[in-house]
Design a protein. Structure first.
Length: 226
């Protein structure tokens, strides 16, 4: 397999994909799940024993199935400041996965633009990418608070915002991510998707989602497709 020449940019989710970070998602989960509980989502759906990124889609699905989509889109806004504080606690530990910076350099040498699309807040994203030493190799960054909550991943609007920053169409972007939201955002917008195994979703998770999803152990393996 090699990267289709129609792609002019290769972009990435941040935590668990481009960067190895130490965000306390368990604490962030509790903030979000408390809001879910206030909205009536049953405890068995919330599943407090799992992390935020893995289970928040279950809570969202319950709200959607029960005609509460408007409430769903307001969840992160209600916990934005506390989430930011948790994200910033260990931002000094952010680092690229092995070979990540070299992979970005290789992409730029081949003429690809690069970008990050994250559900992290802007302050955290810029701090993490700077600490990891890769922010200088990115052409665009879209964070969760750059636009209304309704435009955040998994909404295809998030990818359209990234494409606009790069002066491209989503169809010209190859996007790598480690979670269902990344896949949904890419596929619903027309961008191509590759899953990585360095973050939340592992091989069995991707296979359960779709046998057609191409996966890589980490983003550094993308070099082999150039």
């Amino acid at each position: 397999m090699s990267i289709d020449p129609k792609y002019r940019a290769v972009c990435f989710d941040m935590d668990g994909t481009l960067l190895d970070t130490k965000v306390d998602y368990v604490r962030m989960s509790q903030l979000v799940y408390d809001v879910f509980a206030e909205l009536g989502v049953p405890e068995e759906v919330i599943d407090r024993g799992q992390g935020f990124k893995f289970n928040i889609d279950k809570g969202y699905a319950w709200l959607s199935d029960h005609g509460m989509k408007e409430e769903m889109y307001g969840i992160n806004a209600r916990v934005a400041k506390q989430s930011r504080d948790i994200e910033m606690e260990n931002v000094h530990l952010a680092k690229p996965f092995p070979g990540g910076r070299e992979m970005l350099l290789a992409l730029r040498e081949k003429g690809y633009m690069t970008g990050v699309l994250t559900r992290g807040c802007r302050e955290y994203a810029e701090a993490a990418l700077s600490t990891a030493g890769v922010i200088d190799l990115l052409d665009a960054i879209i964070a969760r608070d750059d636009y209304p909550e309704t435009d955040a991943k998994p909404s295809p609007a998030a990818m359209r915002h990234l494409a606009d920053r790069l002066d491209l169409r989503p169809e010209e972007i190859l996007f790598l991510g480690d979670h269902l939201f990344d896949y949904q955002c890419a596929s619903s917008s027309g961008a191509e998707f590759i899953g990585v195994l360095s973050g939340t979703y592992k091989n069995d998770d991707w296979l359960e989602l779709s046998k057609d999803i191409v996966t890589l152990p980490t983003v550094s393996y993308l070099v082999e497709l150039l």
